[in-house]
Design a protein around this ligand. Structure first.
Ligand SMILES: NC(=O)c1ccc[n+]([C@@H]2O[C@H](COP(=O)([O-])OP(=O)(O)OC[C@H]3O[C@@H](n4cnc5c(N)ncnc54)[C@H](O)[C@@H]3O)[C@@H](O)[C@H]2O)c1
Length: 145
């Protein structure tokens, strides 16, 4: 089974973050520039939340706010679900499905060492399943005899 450690080795350990007092506008600029869907909110080296495209879509215009006048802390999701590098892709998918989140920060020895998104997990699970299917096809067609 593929682990988070293996996924991070392929995709990298970079984590894009923002401070809670920065504006939502700045968060949107980083999301667009990096082509990602969420930022980990960090204050004094501690993770205090996650701010996602979904938070922006639901909690700014619809609440009569503007991105330039609203700090990230007003729209971020403070409840963060962490994983560690030994978690499997299947465990990540189960957590994402149960908690309805699309990004999981990865912690090791109290340090933020990566972020895994739902796309990373789906890609990993599909490629593992593809390998299994190829093995089964070879087995059925007698290539292992
Ligand atoms: N081909 C690939 O390798 C791959 C991997 C992941 C996602 N995608 C595609 O990207 C689109 C959106 O993906 P998504 O919904 O998973 O979310 P997303 O757009 O937030 O994630 C895209 C990539 O950026 C990374 N990322 C996101 N936020 C990050 C952060 N704060 N710090 C560091 N890295 C961060 C994710 O881990 C992922 O690899 C989908 O269409 C998906 O299929 C492709």
């Amino acid at each position: 089974m593929t682990t988070v450690r293996q996924i991070l080795e392929e995709k990298g350990h970079q984590v894009w973050t923002i401070g809670p007092d920065e504006t939502v506008y700045k968060a949107l600029m980083i999301l667009a520039e990096k082509d990602i869907g969420a930022l980990v909110v960090v204050e004094n080296d501690q993770v205090v939340g996650i701010v996602s495209e979904r938070d922006y879509a639901r909690k700014v215009v619809l609440k009569g706010k503007t991105s330039l006048d609203t700090p990230v802390k007003d729209i971020m999701t403070p409840q963060v679900y962490f994983i560690n590098p030994d978690c499997t892709a299947e465990e990540c998918m189960a957590l994402m499905t149960e908690k309805r989140v699309r990004h999981l920060p990865v912690m090791e020895n109290n340090k933020l060492v990566g972020v895994i998104s739902i796309g990373d997990v789906v890609k990993s699970i599909i490629s593992s399943q593809k390998i299994t299917i190829e093995h089964l096809q070879n087995y059925i067609m007698g290539k292992y005899q």
